[in-house]
Design a protein around this ligand. Sequence first.
Ligand code: F0G
Length: 364
Amino acid sequence: MILRPLNDRGVIARWQQYLPVTDATPFVSLNEGSTPLIHSPKLSRRLGQDCEVYIKFEGLNPTGSFKDRGMTVALSKAVEAGAQAVICASTGNTSAAAAAYAARASITCAVLLPAGKIAFGKLAQAFMYGAKVIAIEGNFDDALRLVREIGETESIAIVNSINPHRLEGQKTASFEIIEDLGDAPDFHVLPVGNAGNISAYWMGYEEFHRLGKSTKLPAMIGFQAAGSAPIYHRRVIEQPETVASAIRIGNPASWEFANRALHTSGGVIDIVTDEEILAAQLWLASNEGIFVEPASAASIAGLFKSLDPKRHCERRLPPIPPGSRIVCTVTGHGLKDPDVARDQCGGVIPAPAEKDAILRLLGA
Ligand code: F0G
């Protein structure tokens, strides 16, 4: 079964020369990738000194998160290898993407989720795409441990980011940014959970730099939620907690890889509180019209933190020189987590169905 897209969109179609695919690889694609890099005049102004801030809006992928980039490659390679089933642990987005791409490839998908800790939109996706949804009494780290154990004995392909095809697909976001900007940015800011994405971006930046497609490499700046910050604290967090459920992870699988990206790029890992995350989520939606899920807002919260001179001294955030170009990845769509959004909203204004009453309410 070879599934070819009808046009040249999709991560594999666009970037196949840089991906581990051959003529024998089926394209299991939903036309993912090629997401917009949106200039943010308001964030640029807040930074001042001729700095420019761009937002890579990964929530506009087919299942609403950056996971689709890696999943198209992981599922294509799994089908090529003859897999009949895939499995993953997830805080929600990986499971949504795995379920969708497995449906597309007509193979079975099982997802292991921490019970009661998945944003409703993501759970709905896993069900609708037809996955076997298993809620374990434990957190994401427990679910990933179980998936590793199952992968050792059963003939079922693991599609977590410990599968190297996932990071291969995800690195294409860096390629797109370099194409859009004409060069790599000076700083790349993103949320960190299992630490696969920061590692994948760094792979992409290094690869294009090696190929002479960019003149520089960005400093990678990662933000973890304060209650789930193992890389920042340099120790496993047994009971991670945060409102940003996507990054509620205490023992990241790509920890070593991420450390290398941070170290080689001259970047840092820092933390933002739940309050800062929620404030940044609301700010981005109401000021720039970009609605992202809480985990994604960690990058914007981090940018705000790095602008605060008091906070800046506290930690090792590098100074941002005048004229810098900064890309913030926002990883998932705001509609994924309707419960958090509802809690962020003010009440509706009740009114009779009368024009004059409404005009009075509008102060007209
Ligand atoms: N942002 C969102 C919206 C995510 O879903 C994730 C991870 C991250 C950021 C962090 O990326 O793990 O590569 O450092 N979500 C995974 C999941 C863990 O299961 O959906 P990371």
